[in-house]
Design a protein around this ligand. Structure first.
Ligand code: HEC
Length: 100
């Protein structure tokens, strides 16, 4: 098991950055990965949100029921853990419903 772990570690350090300034033979960087993932997200979601980009904020967010529904789902998925399900905040995480 020890030798397998050493072989894995050596292989990993040849493929990925980890030894001084050696960049690894795959050329992987966290910035490249981020850019790839951002592009994939743009390709996937830009058509969905394109029609909202043309609307004013008040029109899109204040009275457009579909936009409000999407926003609610996004909030419940990505923000509730810290800001609370009612956006009222939790100790250490700000209230999003006040005037700040
Ligand atoms: C991992 C925890 C975490 C998550 C998840 C999170 N936030 Fe925050 N948010 C914070 C913290 C902590 C602050 C306060 C940062 C500061 O004061 O520097 C903050 C600040 C804010 C503020 C500024 C509030 C103010 O009164 O200044 C807004 C707006 C906000 N978050 C919106 C969101 C939205 C929208 C989401 C979901 C897309 C989200 N946050 C997800 C932790 C989080």
């Amino acid at each position: 098991m020890f030798y397998i772990t050493c072989a894995f570690g050596l292989g990993y350090l040849i493929l990925y950055p980890g030894l001084g300034s050696f960049a690894g033979v795959l050329g992987w960087t966290s910035i490249k990965q981020l850019e790839t993932e951002e592009q994939q997200a743009k390709d996937k979601y830009s058509s969905l949100y394109a029609r909202y980009a043309e609307l004013s904020i008040d029109e899109a967010l204040g009275s457009n029921e579909e936009a409000l529904k999407i926003g609610k789902h996004l909030y419940l998925t990505y923000c509730t853990g810290c800001h609370g399900s009612d956006a009222g905040g939790i100790t250490g995480f700000p209230n999003l419903r006040d005037n700040d």
